[in-house]
Ligand binder design. Structure first.
Ligand code: AHR
Length: 349
């Protein structure tokens, strides 16, 4: 390194030149590696022509899954300039601290409404109190918050994660009945989503509620793969090494399922219809529904990401001084090979 610097000095600059070079290059390396990385929250929403628009700050928890992309798009498509909104978007990259910073930034920009999808349930009391003190209504979407004072938010829009977990359990009851395997010991592994998130808590508890009714069901292990395909593959590969006989995989989202399927393929373990491992997935994004159709996933429990139009409807009501409900639960379906064909054509995400 010393030799290279000396050579550079000789060829191009004196000492001053080298210093300038280092001053330019070192910060660039830091920034490009994220060492000085700040969350990017747009600071100037009120540009010319936007005075009449309703300003909404939207803190999305991340972009960890195909479902999340569809969820973000649903909000962005509903809250546009044409529909009367100026949307300030922030992606928190799965970090609660980034969401808190984004919400504080929205408060300091005096947005009209704050919309946010919380990464986990706990830890929101202080920042939501700050929003309330600033008089900004908060609309929570997708996952829930666990706070002491419920008046800190206006309403919640999302899915029933507990019912989703129960649906998975009830499907398994029917499947085992059909195969006449009610008396056999059934080994189950569970890939959980982000620990502490509503989707993880609800799906785990809902499924366990049904599993507790069946002495022959054995949950060998529940482990988190954080709702991502890469971790789904990694965690499933480890489980396949630990447990030679797995009968059922319950994977709490489609991305983890796809990763887990890759792990099973690599390990030479059969899965899906007629395979050794029955695959239960959640979300029902298009790619996964195709896999249901092909018989690679046995059942997909829908988690509906289309929540943007609810936000618009709620804000319009609030603008007109009307009451809104405390919560809105979106409709959801269950997909198996028997019915998936009817839905595939219209699936846009
Ligand atoms: O909170 C909803 C869950 O979060 C979806 O199941 C998952 O794909 C997402 O990342």
């Amino acid at each position: 390194m010393k030799k290279i610097l000396e050579k550079l000095e000789e060829i191009f600059f004196g000492h001053v030149g080298i210093c300038i070079l280092l001053l330019c290059v070192v910060p660039f390396i830091f920034v490009s590696h994220g060492l000085f990385r700040e969350i990017e929250v747009e600071q100037q929403p009120f540009d010319v022509g936007t005075e009449d628009l309703i300003v909404v700050g939207f803190s999305q928890l991340g972009s960890e899954s195909g479902w999340r992309t569809a969820h973000t798009l649903s909000v962005q498509e509903a809250l546009t300039k044409d529909t009367g909104y100026f949307l300030i978007f922030n992606n928190a990259r799965q970090m609660q601290e980034n969401q808190i910073k984004a919400i504080r930034s929205f408060i300091s920009q005096r947005v009209d409404y704050i919309v946010f999808a919380p990464v986990i349930e706990s830890g929101w009391d202080t920042v939501l109190q700050e929003a309330k003190d600033a008089g900004i209504p908060v609309i929570i979407i997708d996952r829930m918050v666990n706070i002491k004072d419920d008046s800190l938010y206006t309403t919640w829009i999302g899915t029933d994660a507990w019912e989703e977990g129960r649906k998975a359990g009830r499907w398994l009851e029917g499947y085992l009945r059909e195969k006449n395997r009610q008396a056999e010991r059934i080994n189950i592994v569970v890939l959980q989503g982000t620990i502490g998130s509503t989707a993880e808590i609800g799906r785990s508890e809902g499924f366990e509620e049904i599993a507790a009714m069946h002495e022959n069901w054995r949950i060998l292990e529940s482990a988190t793969a954080d709702f991502t395909a890469a971790k789904g593959k990694e965690v499933m590969a480890e489980m396949l090494c630990r447990y030679p006989k797995i009968d059922v995989l319950v994977s709490q989202n489609d991305d983890m399922t796809m990763g887990a399927i890759e792990a099973m393929q690599e390990a030479g373990v059969s899965f899906g219809e007629n395979g050794q491992v029955a695959v239960i997935s959640f979300d029902a994004i298009r790619d996964a529904l195709e896999m249901v159709d092909e018989g690679h996933i046995n059942v997909d429990i829908e988690c509906n990401p289309v929540q943007g139009s609810y936000i618009d409807m709620i804000i319009q009501k609030l603008e007109n001084g009307e009451q809104v409900e405390r919560s809105y639960v979106v409709e959801e379906n269950i997909f198996t090979k028997d019915n998936v064909g009817r839905f595939l054509e219209d699936r846009t995400y």
